[in-house]
Design a protein. Sequence first.
Length: 293
Amino acid sequence: MIILDGKKTSNDIKEEIAVQVQSIVSSSGRVPHLSAILVGNDGASETYIAAKVKACQKVGFKSTLIRLDESVSEEELLNEVEKINKNSDIDGLIVQLPLPKHIDEMKVTEAIDPKKDVDGFHPSNIGRMALNIPAFLPATPSGILELLERYSVETSGKHCVVIGRSHIVGSPMSILMARNNNPGNCTVTLTHSRTSNLKEITKTADILIVALGKAEFITSDMIKEGVCIIDVGITRVKSNKTKSGWKLLGDVNFEDVKDKCSFITPVPGGVGPMTIAMLLQNTLLSSKKEFSS
Ligand code: NAD
């Protein structure tokens, strides 16, 4: 069994990006710039945003964090988005989700200029992804492709089963694994909460991508020998073995399945760190203006 080490791979990617940033800065004097909007002070969102800002610093990007009060109106938020859209100094914009209930997330997502949509959530980028033309790919699925590629996991002709159909992970993942690309060219089955015979399906997977958000849901009786497992899930549970008093669990029971797998991502240190690395990569791509979405 080979561990798909997202922590190491994401550090490799960050080093590669830092080298490219240096060359962009010395040739053009311009520094790639990511802007993030954070509404309210949800603990998990604060943690994710802090990690993204830190990652920007590590690779030499400029970053701007705009904090808005929980009570901000949808209109005020849309105005902020528009200001950033028009600011030619800024290459990428992310609006940290979830947003407060009184704000329509889709409306905000659609307001972001697709050319600055480094999260890859805008319908224009999702459509371009589905058409297999240059697009900002959503960071988590893109990070998974990168891991598969860097570890030379064969995907062509394989049966890939995806669990979960969210807009940010499961659905785009199923599209990407079916595209005529490498990684890709899989026969894909997308499963979800209404799938009636999940275990029968997961047992036929050569590649199993799990993104449902239920701790240790996948056990050894649900997989076949030699499967490659990508565990996207992150659930915070109490623990008396850690200093912080909590630990992170994936959607896969790692200890139970590990001896049956050819490859597996750990939690933490698998898919999570890759997500941030791909956000940086999208911002770099945007700063180079290599394609227009
Ligand atoms: P979501 O909560 O939006 O959707 C969950 C999906 O799982 C739904 O499509 C639902 O139909 C499906 N599902 C629920 N119960 C099921 C069952 N019993 N059988 C089959 N399918 C079932 O999920 P999300 O936003 O994609 O997040 C999923 C998990 O991935 C969460 O734990 C989240 O924290 C984590 N996540 C991690 C990263 C990362 O960078 N590692 C990024 C995004 C999400």
